[in-house]
Design a protein around this ligand. Structure first.
Ligand SMILES: [Zn+2]
Length: 236
């Protein structure tokens, strides 16, 4: 039985430490109490998209420990979440810091809002894989070998899966979000590019720009299904 709403207060699941951020925050992963997780779900690789952390946390808090069948990282960039920045504490966009064939040392640009130009510069790191958060996540993934990774972002409002997998199709159908093969612009050194090169299936789940109440209503049930094994039969 899932927790009732009155029991949603504290996060009682016990995390495991997989490293430290550049500023010394503990990097944590929540894992099933028994058995191997096939799916890794993560939020807030971009610290200014921390509604992903709020939704994933609510999902975890709604579950009893034994119901969790997937691995969950609430915040892949905790320094960014605490500072409210897209980048980590060294000004690096962690989602452009991965050792991929297309990583480049040039600044990377993002937009503040959908209607503003993509002109805010961040660093992709002094070199590919330079940041503590990146190194720790790579080591973790090589260790736990997930069959699917779902990375939650905001707020483009789409489900990005170049393979258009059955799970991505189902999430798109349930959420009314478009299923797309890419986000429409180049993302050198992105976590998604790295996963593709490692042949790890990845779905980039871009939340829409909606208020938190609507986001909770529509997306927490989907996240819950991702966490509790509902989709495991669809992983090839
Ligand atoms: Zn993002």
């Amino acid at each position: 039985m899932s927790h009732s709403l009155s029991e949603y207060g504290p996060l009682t699941h016990q995390p495991r430490k997989y490293g430290y951020s550049e500023k010394g925050c503990v990097l944590e992963i929540f894992e099933p109490t028994a058995g191997l997780a096939q799916i890794l779900i993560m939020g807030s690789i971009h610290g200014d998209e921390s509604l992903s952390t709020v939704l994933l946390s609510e999902c975890l808090r709604s579950l009893q420990a034994h119901e969790l069948k997937s691995s969950v990282i609430l915040a892949a960039n905790p320094d960014g979440v605490l500072a409210g920045t897209r980048c980590n504490s060294r000004g690096v966009d962690l989602n452009r810091n991965y050792p991929t064939t297309n990583w480049a040392p040039d600044p990377v640009y993002y937009r503040n809002r959908p209607d503003t130009p993509q002109n805010i510069a961040l660093s992709p790191g002094a070199m590919a894989g330079s940041e503590a958060e990146t190194k720790a996540l790579i080591e973790l993934i090589q260790d736990i070998k997930p069959g699917l990774i779902v990375s939650i972002h905001g707020f483009l409002g789409c489900i990005d899966d170049p393979d258009a997998s059955p799970i991505a199709q189902d999430i798109a159908l349930r959420t009314g979000l478009d299923l797309v093969p890419d986000v429409g612009y180049a993302t050198p050194g992105s976590f998604g590019s790295w996963c593709k090169e490692q042949t790890i299936p990845i779905i980039t789940y871009e939340l829409p720009s909606q208020d938190i109440t609507e986001l909770k209503q529509l997306h927490v049930p989907v996240l819950k299904d991702l966490c509790t094994g509902h989709y495991h039969k669809l992983i090839s």
